[in-house]
Design a protein around this ligand. Structure first.
Ligand code: CMP
Length: 145
């Protein structure tokens, strides 16, 4: 079915955003909306609230608020699974071993700095797209410090 998913190019891969956007387009997925912004610590904490009890949460929040990001609404047939397949395994080190052609293998560093995000379900996609593109959208202009 036609799905919408929320992709996010993380601060570690920001300078490779062009290549990642190219990979999306080449895979027969469409970009419907795209925004560059910078998340505050509070906003990053909100985006990843589901992980708040995990030991890596503080590090993740620091990382995600450390620089500009691109939020992207991707639309297409099986977009959620297709985008997650393009991303590869969560840990970029694992990705380099198992899926050397994947985005996380090529542009990420480790388990936290892993280049990009993708929604894991229709429900999460709706919440995440609303976070970046809804009327109460979040994230300050990335060009302002
Ligand atoms: P993402 O797909 O954006 O969803 C949650 C993020 O938390 C994940 O990518 C990683 O950046 C980070 N993460 C997930 N698991 C771990 C882990 N075991 N150790 C450190 N960071 C993690």
């Amino acid at each position: 079915k036609t799905e919408r998913t929320c992709a996010m190019i993380k601060p570690d891969a920001f300078l490779n955003a062009g290549k990642i956007v190219n990979a999306i387009v080449r895979s027969n997925l469409r970009i419907n909306q795209l925004r560059m912004c910078k998340l505050t610590q509070q906003e990053a904490a909100q985006f990843y609230a589901v992980h708040s009890e995990r030991p890596f949460y503080p590090k993740l929040v620091d990382f995600m608020s450390s620089g500009p990001i691109l939020a992207i609404e991707i639309v297409g047939e099986d977009a959620i699974a297709k985008w997650r397949s393009l991303l590869g395994p969560t840990n970029s080190e694992t990705a380099r071993a198992e899926r050397p052609d994947s985005i996380r293998a090529k542009f990420g560093t480790d388990n936290t700095m892993n280049a990009a995000h993708g929604s894991d379900s229709d429900e999460t996609a709706t919440t995440e797209l609303d976070f970046f593109f809804g009327s109460g959208r979040v994230g300050q202009c990335a060009n302002l410090s």
